[in-house]
Design a protein around this ligand. Structure first.
Ligand code: FEO
Length: 174
């Protein structure tokens, strides 16, 4: 049986995943404004990934007979005119805070001997490895390219090829 403590903590995580989604949407809007349409698309795919992360927890609470809370999300701030190196540095920094938050949730589930929640949270542990790796690789590419405008143009095109890898059918989450 899932404890109220774990339910409350999963609700906090739902809020954090949704905040991540809106942060990436805000970043995407800024990149569109600057003409980096490929990077804007990459960030919008990330928006959907984050909403999927939130809804996966939502679905899990429903399955456990608990009621998910629908959170108010604080406004995400992205500096106007931010450079792409700074932007992806922010992405990586943010993902590291999400990783820490997921680890905290895993520790709670483990302390509560809640093995079902542990299993679900382990999926997010793997997902965070991927998320940090993606941001790190992009940052490395940006570092390598330096001021090479043609290279940055190509990187923008490359990132625009990203497709959604998670199931996006939220309708079944009832
Ligand atoms: Fe859902 Fe990017 O962490």
């Amino acid at each position: 049986m899932i404890s109220q403590k774990v339910i409350d903590r999963i609700n906090v995580q739902i809020e954090r995943e949704m905040y991540s989604a809106f942060l990436y949407m805000t970043m995407s809007a800024e990149m569109s404004k600057q003409g980096y349409t490929g990077i804007a698309k990459w960030l919008m795919v990330q928006y959907h990934e984050e909403m999927f992360h939130a809804m996966k927890f939502y679905k899990y609470l429903i399955e456990q007979g608990a009621k998910p809370a629908v959170p108010a999300i604080k406004e995400a701030q992205v500096k106007s005119g931010i450079g792409i190196k700074e932007l992806f540095t922010e992405v990586l920094k943010h993902e590291k805070t999400v990783t820490a938050s997921i680890r905290e949730l895993l520790e709670l589930a483990s302390a509560e001997k809640d093995y079902a929640t542990e299993n679900v949270v382990r999926w997010y542990i793997d997902e965070q490895v991927e998320e940090e790796k993606n941001a790190e690789e992009i940052l490395q590419n940006i570092e390598l390219l330096g001021e090479n405008k043609q290279g940055l143009f190509m990187l923008n095109i490359e990132l625009g090829k990203r497709e959604l890898s998670v199931a996006s059918n939220f309708v079944s989450f009832t």
